[in-house]
Ligand binder design. Structure first.
Ligand code: TYM
Length: 339
């Protein structure tokens, strides 16, 4: 079993990243390394340049994200933790896969449509070919499982399509070049929504900081954001069906369920019939209590820049070594001459 996943080092880690992906990264790291497999987690800094960014901030954001991941429980002695830019094989394999990926496949990506909006002519080529780099990220390591939130499912399906077509076109059935990866998406909290709008996902790019809980928020900020979260005037229902058509209520109950490790029905068993005046403080306290230890570790780790760089240096060495055989096989399958 080989687990691979990535996160863009743009801004803070938020509750959507944590509940949708990072918590699973930690769980799978523990399971897979106990069973003799391998987990690789990376900062997708090459993806981060597909949209306007501030070069002077990218390095700091990358190091901060390493500190945040380690604070959440990613152990650089057990997982390979690195940034893409230090492993040139990612960009190389993307080019090799560009010959296999189809324009029509990329045109159907909902993230491309959302991010490019109406201005497709003005969008960067990198934003369009972004999912091919994402395919390279996982195929390079023969990933068997990829823990992600629901919004990345379509990109993972594309990675499988690219792998399958490449294997069909350039390899024999007995010796495929790439493994087809399985997405691992959590049953609860696969899509955490904005605290200000139950129809938009919680995101780093939302201009309002009140729309998300950052893992670096202190207790006051968390309580305040939960208190101000958009809701409706009805009390909470006593079962899951009663949340239909109430996206904001469903989101807050979903967050409570995911954070406390209970089902949505169990949470409603406890809070059904109550108004938000009682539920919101309980949710705020649960979040403060759960995030406080992560926050404290993050602040300690962030201060030690040398250790963060050492983690990235060690991770890159290991990642380069693990990437080499697949990259060589892909070049050879395409008939490219290399000595
Ligand atoms: P990114 O940086 O946007 O998000 C990192 C992870 O967090 C999940 N996530 C969410 N889950 C639930 N609710 C939300 N509101 C929410 N927001 C984010 C994402 O699904 C993701 O798992 N393209 C990727 C990074 C990437 C990648 C990869 C992932 C690059 N190469 C290869 C997997 C495999 C991205 O931008 O994620």
């Amino acid at each position: 079993m080989r687990i691979v996943s990535g996160i863009q080092p743009t801004g803070n880690l938020h509750l959507g990243n944590y509940l949708g992906a990072i918590r699973n990264w930690v769980k799978m790291q523990d399971e897979v390394t106990a069973g003799g497999g391998q987990s690789l987690y990376f900062l997708a800094d090459l993806h981060a340049i597909s949209q306007p960014h501030v070069p002077a901030e990218l390095g700091e954001n990358t190091r901060e994200m390493v500190a945040a991941l380690v604070a959440c429980g990613i152990d650089p002695d057990r997982s390979v933790l690195f940034n893409q830019a230090q492993v040139p094989a990612h960009a190389e394999l993307q080019w090799l896969l560009n010959g296999t990926a189809r324009m029509g496949w990329l045109n159907r990506m909902t993230q491309w449509k959302d991010k490019a909006g109406k201005n497709r002519e003005g969008a960067s080529v990198a934003l369009f070919t972004y999912p091919v780099l994402q395919a390279a990220d996982v195929l390079l390591y023969q990933a068997t499982h990829v823990p992600v939130g629901d919004d990345q499912k379509q990109h993972l399906e594309l990675a499988r399509d690219i792998a399958q077509k490449f294997n069909n076109d350039f390899a024999s059935e007995a010796a495929p070049v790439f493994t087809l990866p399985e997405p691992i998406i959590p049953p609860e909290a696969a899509r955490i929504m904005s605290l200000r709008d139950g129809s938009a996902k919680m995101s780093k790019s939302d201009p309002s900081d009140m729309s998300r809980i950052n893992l670096t928020d202190d207790a006051d900020a968390i309580m305040q954001k939960v208190k101000k979260a958009k809701t409706d005037p009805e009390p909470l229902p006593s079962d899951k069906g009663g949340l239909d058509g109430r996206p904001e209520a469903a989101n807050l109950v979903g967050i409570y369920a995911a954070m406390s490790g209970q089902s949505v029905d169990a949470v409603l068993g406890q809070f059904g019939g109550e108004g938000f005046g009682r539920f919101k403080p309980a949710l705020g306290e649960l979040l403060v209590e759960s995030l406080a230890p992560i926050n404290a570790r993050f602040l300690d780790l962030r201060a030690d820049r040398e250790s963060l760089d050492a983690i990235l240096a060690k991770g890159a060495l290991k990642a380069r070594e693990l990437a080499a055989p697949t990259l060589t096989a892909a070049y050879a399958a395409l008939g490219l001459v290399r000595f």
